[in-house]
Design a protein around this ligand. Structure first.
Ligand code: SF4
Ligand code: SF4
Length: 321
């Protein structure tokens, strides 16, 4: 716990979000390799032993150290949703393929299919599909039961995705997680579902029962993706962090959801106090061209190109932390 608290207290936490639903082990290996070399110091991965092991392998390969955070979520939270295509309704327009940030959709035997291991449940495909051919399903298991096989692993943080509107459900599941995991818990809430008053009441209740700074609040904005590198994408996550600041909630704060290279700059300009930033789809997209190549690890040019893009992102973020 000391390691993670040091990084958070120094306000230098840079977390790479690999995706709570992302089970693509090859992608995890490449992304952690690239971003650990670039200076990111925490890696958030799905709650599967093979995924946690892959993060450790990547850190060893990159000869870097890093904190490991593993993610679990409530059934209604988008992070644990998987998309599927209803073939009866699909007119094969191809729009979903173009928009999917994970390259999870492909054509097989003249039908469009989604690779479940790659899908992170962002639902961009569902939004763009004009025939309602995209349906969703939850691969739901109780958060604490997902955690049980990982408790003996060397994990530094548990991330609890609870972007739902039911505060009793959140508290009940948080208590269950705490009964099996004693370290720092990172909580992801949805301001648009709960409203500011409910969020603050909930956070006051949760934090009052623990020692100060036992939690990280991830201030997920809407949109969740920092797709375009502008201030608009990152505005809501900074506004959420500002709300937590204004009530002096005794928790660490990581900007998350809609984050990009401008996130920490905007927080600084708005005098918002944060302990770091968590970057997901923006960081993954940035190096997609390089890591999608099968010869990535045998091609120094590809590695150098990806690491240099990741380093630029890290330095843009650290400049304002
Ligand atoms: S956007 Fe909808 S209709 Fe078009 S290919 Fe995808 S699933 Fe099929
Ligand atoms: S667009 Fe998002 S939800 Fe749809 S398949 Fe790709 S990752 Fe999954």
């Amino acid at each position: 716990m000391e390691k993670i608290k040091n990084i958070l207290n120094n306000k230098k936490c840079l977390k790479l979000i690999l995706g709570a639903g992302n089970e693509n082990l090859k992608e995890i290996l490449k992304l952690v390799f690239v971003y650990s070399k670039a200076g990111f110091n925490m890696f958030d991965v799905c709650a599967k032993k093979e995924a946690v092991d892959m993060v450790k392998n990547a850190l060893k390969l990159a000869e870097r150290e890093g904190l490991i955070c593993t993610s679990v979520g409530l059934q209604e939270d988008v992070h644990v949703i998987k998309a599927l295509i209803n073939k009866q309704h699909c007119i094969q327009c191809g729009k979903c393929i173009q928009i999917c940030p994970q390259d999870a959709i492909f054509m097989e035997e003249e039908k469009y299919i989604i690779d479940e291991r790659k899908c992170i449940g962002c639902l961009k495909c569902k939004d763009i599909c004009q025939t309602q051919a995209i349906i969703t399903e939850h691969k739901y298991k109780q958060p604490y039961t997902m955690l049980l096989p990982l408790i003996s692993e060397d994990i530094d943080c548990v991330e609890f995705h609870c972007s739902v509107d039911n505060t009793e459900n959140i508290i009940d599941n948080l208590n269950k997680i705490k009964s099996v995991y004693k370290g720092i818990i990172s909580i992801c809430l949805d301001r648009s579902k709960l409203g500011d008053d409910t969020i603050i009441k909930l956070l006051k209740e949760i934090t009052s029962k623990e020692a100060p700074f036992s939690f990280i609040i991830q201030t997920d904005g809407k949109p969740m993706s920092g797709g375009i590198d502008d201030y608009n994408s990152t505005l809501q996550t900074v506004a959420f962090a500002q709300l937590i600041n204004s009530y002096n909630i005794p928790s660490y704060i990581l900007l998350s959801g809609g984050t990009n290279s401008k996130s920490t700059k905007l927080a600084k300009e708005c005098n918002v106090n944060i302990n770091g930033a968590a970057i997901g789809s923006f960081a993954r997209q940035l190096v997609r061209e390089e890591i999608s190549r099968n010869d990535f690890f045998n091609n120094e040019t590809l590695i150098n190109s990806a690491v240099s893009k990741a380093k630029k992102l890290a330095s843009d973020l650290l400049l304002y932390l």
